[in-house]
Design a protein around this ligand. Structure first.
Ligand code: CAO
Length: 424
């Protein structure tokens, strides 16, 4: 038995943010039925195509364990089918542009009329306010949510990060809102609307930078490298390069092979509690007790010198050797792992965080499995559905269309051409 077994999800999501949310619900055992435009489907099916004729990795990696139904929600028969789906499902998730659901005729008020127990979950770029009508993509959210202004180096431009905190991050936020609403529904008997704005999601993940913004009022942020370098602070939290965020000085340092391998680097933290170990490892035992080096405040204006010395040492070791030497000494380090190394990582494969998936059109591909492990609800990652693969099955088994009623829906064209053949 899976945690969300028996829960039905009308998945009206597309691109990345919404699909990451419903993929989690599917992994936790919900029956997730993805509604897609006939003949077209989620735009990502045909974006960044690597195997001609096959659904792209962009699509397959975000839509595991779901069923797909083709349905034109703007045609009258399609609307009737969608209404039946709203009656049958527990949760409806969407991330259309602002107003699109209303324009289809399915406002929150209308959805509640159809099914008062429905949980309607929506992702938009911005919450209510002057930008509420904007269409928003990942990097826009990273920029508007405070991540970009606090990422990168002080002397360079703002930077976006490779982690999709705007899309996948907001998908996670929404997922938590949905299961919480589901829990409340157990007691109240009522559904509710769950909203997550991408700007808000990014800002939540950038929370510590707002902590620093307010600390500026009490003086310069002395754990930032620029403090030790004597560079004055401005009005807002600055970009801090690779400084660690928790007050212990840390940097990314070159390791053996850095000249040719762009990922031959390690993170290295000069943790105060193990300063003596750090000094021994990097070949500077004289710094252990030396005036100007012995205590963390004294070291603040010498961080460049200290990390240069540390790097002289790390450059003689591979990033994995650095890990092997420093971990037993409680010196916090971390290898910079490439995507290739992560895909091949035996530990991640053993836990199901990296998995191989078979796909009938594209063959075998690698994906990131469920990163959240429930001891009583294990996850089997199943391939994403082909466009409309389950249209007839869902019409029959979930919505109860049979005989003439089923034939009528198919003849209307509301569920797309290929399914006529499947039904016959
Ligand atoms: N049948 C009929 N019509 C359908 C349909 C279906 N099954 N599914 C979608 N449509 C229609 C919508 O109703 C909409 O029509 P109208 O414009 O006439 O109302 C139309 O398809 C396009 O939907 P959209 O505006 O959401 O799509 P877009 O490609 O123009 O914009 C995006 C994409 C992501 C910018 C926008 O959806 C958005 O801002 N979403 C919220 C924020 C978000 O999730 N962004 C992250 C995306 S991942 O980077």
């Amino acid at each position: 038995m899976k945690a969300l077994e028996g829960v039905k999800v009308l998945d009206f999501t597309h691109v990345q943010s919404g699909p990451t949310c419903t993929q989690l619900l599917a992994w936790f055992g919900a029956d997730v039925i993805k509604v897609e435009r006939p003949g077209v489907g989620d735009a990502t099916r045909k974006q960044l195509v690597d195997v001609p004729g096959a659904d792209s990795l962009y699509f397959t990696m975000l839509n595991h364990n779901k069923r797909s139904i083709e349905l034109n929600s703007k045609n009258e028969t399609g609307k009737a089918v969608l209404t039946r789906m709203i009656e049958e499902c527990d949760i409806m998730v969407e991330n259309f542009a602002p107003g699109a659901l209303d324009r289809m005729g399915f406002s929150w008020e209308r959805i509640q009329e159809i099914n008062p127990k429905m949980i309607l979950a929506s992702i938009k770029g911005f919450g209510p306010g002057k930008y509420e009508d904007c269409k928003v993509y990942e990097n826009v959210a990273q920029c508007a949510g405070g991540s970009a202004s606090t990422t990168g180096f002080r002397d360079g431009p703002p930077m976006v990060t490779g982690a999709q905190i705007g899309d996948s991050g907001t998908g996670l936020h929404l997922c938590l809102g949905i299961v919480t609403a589901l829990y409340q529904r157990e007691k109240s008997g009522r559904g509710q609307k769950v909203s997550a704005a991408m700007q808000d999601g990014v800002l939540n993940l950038t929370r510590v930078k707002l902590r620093d913004q307010q600390r500026l009022a009490a003086g310069p942020l002395n754990e930032y490298s620029q403090f030790g370098e004597g560079v004055p602070f401005g009005e807002a939290t600055p970009r801090a390069g690779n400084d660690s965020g928790g007050g212990q000085p840390g940097r990314i340092l070159k390791c053996k092979g850095w000249e040719t391998d762009p990922d031959a680097y390690t993170y290295f933290i000069t943790q105060a509690a193990v300063w003596k170990n750090v000094c021994d490892v990097i070949g500077k035992p004289e710094w252990k007790e030396a005036p100007g080096y012995a205590t963390p405040p004294e070291r603040l204006d010498k961080l460049n010198e200290i990390f240069e010395a540390a790097e002289e040492w790390t450059k003689t070791k591979t990033k994995f050797e650095v890990m092997d030497i420093c971990n037993p000494l409680n010196i916090p380090v971390g290898p910079i792992l490439s995507t290739k190394e992560l895909m091949e990582d035996e530990g991640l494969r053993a836990t199901g965080t990296i998995v191989d998936v078979e796909h009938p059109v594209r063959g075998t591909y690698v994906t990131v499995g469920c990163p959240i492990k429930l001891s009583d609800s294990p996850v089997d990652v199943e391939r994403s559905p082909l466009l409309g693969e389950h249209t007839i099955e869902v019409l029959r088994d979930v919505l109860g269309y049979d005989g003439d009623a089923l034939a009528e829906v198919i003849a209307s064209g509301a569920v797309g051409e290929p399914n006529k053949a499947a039904a016959e």
